[in-house]
Design a protein around this ligand. Sequence first.
Ligand code: IPE
Ligand code: IPE
Ligand code: MG
Length: 254
Amino acid sequence: MSLLNQIDKSRAPRHVAIIMDGNGRWAKSQGRERTFGHYQGVESVRLALRAAKSSGVEFLTLYAFSTENWNRPKEEVDALMNLLVQSIIGELPELDENEVRMHAIGDLDKLPSECHSELKRAIAHTSTNNKLNLILALNYSARWEITHAVKQIVAEGIQPQDITDELFAKKLSTAGFPDPELLIRTSGEERISNFLLWQIAYAELYFVETLWPDFKEEDFYAAIVDFQSRERRFGKTSEQITGDALSPFTPNEP
Ligand code: IPE
Ligand code: IPE
Ligand code: MG
């Protein structure tokens, strides 16, 4: 029986973020080039989208390319950028069919021009879809995002007394999205790798050994079931939380 039946959709995390890791190791285990793992990883993205929609998740953020990933061999970077363009073009009909709205966060201007233009086209094309928000983190790093926000605040001449958590969150590329309540990382690595440092302040972290190309719908449901078994206290005592079925507050509620 599917783990989907164990999910209480009325308490599903609104926003799930995933560090999709392990494509290279998966390919190596098959005796193939690393890029084969990235191609295979696209199928896992498709399945994660479906599983997110079935679970009642509203926002799914996927870490697809970090600012540090430019340091990989040129052939791999080129293959990833090509794959991105091909996937955006190829997946658009299915995204539409599932009423998925696409967004992107990161230093997008520095992506190759074809990537940037296809991305913008897909974002505009899906802008009226409203079942699930897919946020692609591309040329993204949290430190870039935070320094970018600081520069904006300074440039706008905002005074120190007016700088609050809420104002700062509005200057980040995730402005308008709720904070992720669940962060999943595949491949057994237990680190954040410069992802959403501000936004995951109170996220539940879920690390799983499965390599990204092996991550299927049931793996996504397993993460949600695990999330729903946790007690989120937000600094309060367990006694204060008991009996309160819903989170006492959702940080950065738009
Ligand atoms: C994640 O898989 C995909 C990207 C970072 C683009 P990796 O390519 O990092 O795979 P491993 O971690 O080397 O196995
Ligand atoms: C994180 O994975 C970035 C993405 C999934 C896009 P990496 O494979 O680049 O992270 P590290 O280098 O192992 O920390
Ligand atoms: Mg990796």
